[in-house]
Ligand binder design. Structure first.
Ligand code: PGA
Length: 253
């Protein structure tokens, strides 16, 4: 069966002290609310990763980065490579988050290179896709999603099998406007069908597809009950330990 996953994208939030306090609070929550069969991933700013790694020792919680360089190494000031992340014990990395697409002009070509860098260095990409409200209302929804999926679907099968997908409608991110469970299921089923077209039913049924966009304790259960929703990528609610762990414990299947 597919992995159930809840990942907390902390974005550009928290001072060092606050990041450690939140990590500690999550550990306290975990000591009283044992997780059932869910993989938990924390995705803070790069600069807290190494310190958090030691705080998370023996907790079973994984660490992810928010982005990675498309290059291996060398004269690329300000960049962080996949091998650097691996060397400090990071196992996951977000790619193609809508905020990176919007503010840093991430495109399919660059994302494709980043996918290779991560997989070659044995990190698991969490590859994000999602439409804007304009795109949804303009009737381009399926074309946009298909196009965004391209870098992932162009991978060789043994590479594709290493990735996690995240469907995050842009209009739901940080807005309080969550997709309905019907909308989420509809898109997740479409995405899984596209994976099936590329790699067959076996690979499609093993691919975890997370939902992201104003997911919170009050709606997580309804979303996670959907057949093709395998967990969540959580922004705002991941900054509150109790809410984050409550979301992680919202699976009923
Ligand atoms: P949100 O963010 O939960 O605050 O909407 C989700 C994300 O951007 O991953």
């Amino acid at each position: 069966m597919r992995d159930k996953i809840v990942a907390g994208n902390w974005k550009m939030n928290l001072t060092s002290e606050e990041a450690i306090r939140l990590t500690e609070d999550i550990k306290i929550q975990l000591s009283t609310n044992a997780l059932k069969d869910v993989k938990l991933i924390l995705i803070p700013s790069y600069i807290y990763l190494e310190k958090m790694k030691s705080y998370l020792n023996n907790t079973g919680v994984f660490l992810g980065a928010q982005d990675v360089s498309s290059r291996n190494n060398g004269a690329y000031t300000g960049e962080v490579s996949a091998s650097m992340l691996k060397s400090i014990g990071v196992d996951y990395c977000l790619l193609g988050h809508s905020e990176r697409r919007q503010y840093h002009k991430e495109n399919n070509e660059g994302l494709s290179e980043k996918l290779y860098r991560l997989i070659e260095n044995k990190l698991t990409p969490i590859f994000c896709i999602g439409e804007t409200l304009e795109e949804r209302e303009g009737g381009q929804l399926y074309e946009i999603i298909k196009n965004q999926l391209k870098p992932a679907l162009d991978l060789k099968e043994n590479y594709f099998k290493k990735i996690i997908l995240a469907y995050e409608p842009v209009w739901a991110i940080g807005t309080g406007l969550t997709a309905t469970s019907h909308q989420a299921q509809e898109m997740h089923a479409f995405i899984r069908k596209e994976v099936e077209k590329g790699f067959g039913d076996g690979v499609a049924s093993e691919t975890s597809i997370l939902y992201g966009g104003s997911c919170k304790p009050s709606n997580a259960q309804e979303l996670f009950t959907c057949k093709d929703v395998d967990g969540g990528l959580i922004g705002g609610a991941s900054l509150v330990a109790e809410d984050f762990i409550s979301i992680a414990n919202s699976f009923t299947k």
